[in-house]
Design a protein around this ligand. Structure first.
Ligand code: MN
Length: 710
């Protein structure tokens, strides 16, 4: 029943003199042994299926590795054969091809794809078929499975397979130009999916063709003699269109199935390109043309490489007919698409390379006089190499640019999913959110309602959608956080000038600050990009701001005379807190007298003091007065991680400790960190130490220390 490899070898010999019969026979026996004992739904031995697939590919005149792959294509999936064994026995190409076919077969289509999903799925299959032969074997596999579909007992399974064939595999065959395979797949699927309609079309076809039985050969002969009259050698045939293609035309173009043109295509084969146009001219001179039917697919090939001239004429006996004119080479491409191309390495003077990029590349390889093996080796399907296709757990397909990560996937599903994503499982394994996705990956995004996008995601995401969503989120977050601090600073400034601050009056002056919301003014102040004094000035133009004083205030050399008790009789001298070390009440301090400047108070141990070590006469003993109602300013150098929530958290812990932020000055901002000087109103050094302690315990605070340099 199964026989030997001989019929296949004979078939191959007809087009490939270099075929290795020993290798083919070994593959044949290997496959037969692997599938030994297995049966098809038809009850036949399983190995009849791989043999049938190999025959389909031999009819397409494919290379030896493709035929061997066909014989072995189910051994890894259905038997216990490993890829390593195949590689050792038949070489790397065969094992890689079998691997590719196996992967395509394992891509179960979870839910019936919508038409958009089906298109994505076809792209996925193409992208996964790095070598076009994988796709050719897969399509031949599907073709044989459709031929034997009637043996599948469950009707719903037959319908599912037919649907998949119609939605995925037939368009895929069309895409790479396998017209014969496409037409067979469509028609066999049509039979399952809409058998009644197909039967009524066939009945009508039978009636029309029995009527036209004399007509079709007569027309063919007359067309041929018309063209040959001017010395163009040609052959003309009339071919019935398939029931499915007629039905599809009836759907889209309201074709009625009355005219010959609706059911028969006449095909004129001429030796070369020039003859195509000459034959066309001859037809147009002898018969009236039907408007709107002429198409030049020679100068503009279809995207799958198809080339022909199409025209409609009112032909012999006044029948409206459709005529396709092409060369034998074009005909081979029309039937076999990509599978046809390598034949042209022999005598292809008239072969006009199709304007389809990847086929052109293939044809370029042929010019190098390479053998069929090498030709296919370079036939990479780089059509969709800039994309990856991944699945949601429900089986929906998501197309992303190559290099996209789990975060891109999450945002592609929905912005909400992106913003709450917290982790990911890829093919069931927990992975990093930054993981680059691969074709066919199943992605499960782990979301958590209180999770938030992180600013550093922006560095690794690939899609504009994810990037802009993350940026929008972090920007909004930043406004929220800085505005809290900014508002406090504005309120404080107004208080110092005995003016009440009203959000509403600020709301009426927004245009002056170039923003549209009050929060944005707060944020500008909080980010140290706008002085709170400018806000005061804007809302109370009667107040004159002393810029020098502002500068002094900002550098914060404020006079705190009343806080200090100075030994000796220097009362009345101006006393200034040193900007280099910002001593706080409770700390050991020393005063330095400078002419013109008065007394500057330093912390004991401040490095600045070493400058005065030679002038003991300038040193003054000073001490703090006890006045618990007053507060003083201290400055902290702070490094905070730059992420949503960090500034809010900082402001919260400081106020919980009874501290008050009086100023903030950003010195540096990187994607990872804020670095800033933070001026705090505190009671004394103990108070400041307590605040430093809670800040150090805060998860966002990278470092915090007293500022002791000016
Ligand atoms: Mn199979």
């Amino acid at each position: 029943m199964i026989g030997t490899a001989d019929p296949i070898i004979e078939k191959m010999r007809a087009y490939n003199g270099a075929v290795d019969p020993g290798r083919l026979s070994r593959a044949f026996e290997f496959g037969r042994a692997a599938h030994d004992g297995q049966t098809r739904a038809s009850g036949e031995p399983y190995f009849t299926h791989p043999v049938a697939v190999a025959n389909i590919l031999a009819d397409m005149r494919l290379d030896e590795d493709s035929i061997i792959t066909a014989l072995l294509h189910d051994t890894v999936e259905d038997c216990d054969v490993t890829l390593e064994t195949l590689q050792a026995e038949f070489g790397g190409d065969v094992s890689q091809l079998v691997d590719g076919v196996t992967k395509l077969s394992r891509l179960a289509i979870k839910s019936l794809p919508s038409s958009a999903q089906a298109e994505n799925f076809r792209k996925l299959l193409m992208a996964m078929s790095e070598d076009v032969r994988v796709l050719l074997v897969k399509l031949a596999d599907r073709t044989h499975n459709m031929r034997t579909l009637s043996f599948i007992p469950k009707p719903e399974k037959r319908v599912r397979i037919a649907r998949e064939t119609m939605d995925i595999y037939a368009p895929l065959a069309e895409r790479i130009g396998l017209t014969q395979i496409q037409s067979e797949l469509e028609d066999s699927a049509f039979e399952i999916l809409n058998g009644d309609m197909r039967q009524s079309i066939i009945t009508r076809l039978d009636y029309l063709t029995s009527e036209a039985e004399i007509t079709i050969p007569t027309i063919s002969v007359e067309l041929q003699s018309t063209i040959e009259r001017v010395g163009i050698e040609c052959s003309v045939t009339g071919r019935l269109k398939s029931p499915y293609s007629i039905w599809r035309k009836m759907q889209t173009k309201a074709v009625t199935m009355e005219q010959l043109a609706d059911i028969v295509a006449f095909r004129v084969l001429v030796p070369n390109l020039d003859d195509c146009y000459r034959a066309l001219g001859e037809l147009h001179q002898n018969y009236p043309t039907v408007m709107g039917r002429f198409k030049d697919y020679i100068s503009t090939p279809k995207r799958n490489g198809y080339q022909s001239l199409h025209t409609g004429v009112l032909g012999p006996q006044n029948h409206r007919i459709e005529v396709q004119i092409r060369t034998p080479d074009m005909h081979n491409v029309a039937e076999n698409g990509v599978a046809a191309h390598w034949h042209y390495k022999r005598s292809n003077q008239d072969y006009n390379p199709p304007k389809y990029k990847w086929i052109q590349e293939l044809v370029g390889l042929l010019d190098e006089d390479a053998g069929a093996e090498e030709f296919f080796e370079h036939t990479k399907m780089d059509l969709y190499h800039d994309q990856v296709f991944c699945f949601t757990p429900r089986g929906d397909l998501i197309a992303l640019p190559r290099g996209a990560t789990a975060v891109d996937f999450a945002y592609a599903v929905h912005t909400q999913v992106g913003e709450t994503c917290n982790g990911v499982r890829i093919n069931g394994k927990t992975r990093q959110l930054a993981t680059e996705l691969q074709n066919g990956d199943q992605i499960e995004i782990l979301a958590q309602s209180d999770a938030k996008p992180r600013a550093e995601w922006e560095k690794f995401v690939k899609t504009g959608r994810a990037k802009s969503a993350i940026r929008r989120f972090t920007r909004a977050q930043r406004v929220t956080e800085f505005s809290r601090i900014g508002k406090a600073l504005i309120e404080k400034t107004f208080r110092e000038h005995d003016r009440p601050f009203r959000t509403r009056s600020l709301g009426q002056s927004l245009s002056a600050f170039g923003v549209s919301r009050v929060e944005e003014v707060f944020a500008l102040v909080g980010e140290d990009r706008l002085s709170p004094l400018r806000v005061l000035e804007k809302l109370h133009p009667d107040i004159v701001i002393d810029d020098d004083r502002e500068a002094r205030d900002r550098s914060r050399g404020q006079t705190t005379q009343s806080k200090l008790k100075i030994k000796g009789d220097n009362a009345g001298t101006a006393v200034t807190i040193a900007r280099c070390c910002h001593p706080l009440p409770g700390e050991a301090i020393v005063g330095i007298f400078t002419t013109g400047k008065g007394i500057t108070v330093h912390k004991v141990g401040c490095t600045t003091l070493s400058k005065f070590s030679d002038a003991p006469e300038l040193w003054l003993d000073v001490s703090w007065e006890q006045d618990s109602l007053r507060t003083v300013n201290g400055r902290l150098n702070t490094v905070l991680s730059n992420e949503p929530g960090s500034l809010a958290s900082l402001a919260t812990v400081i106020s919980q400790q009874g501290g008050n932020i009086s100023n903030i000055h950003l010195t540096d901002r990187t994607p990872d960190f804020f670095r800033f000087e933070l001026d705090l109103e505190v009671k004394d050094v103990e108070h400041m130490r307590a605040i430093i302690a809670v800040l150090q315990a805060n998860k966002y605070v990278e470092s915090v220390e007293r500022s002791d340099t000016g």
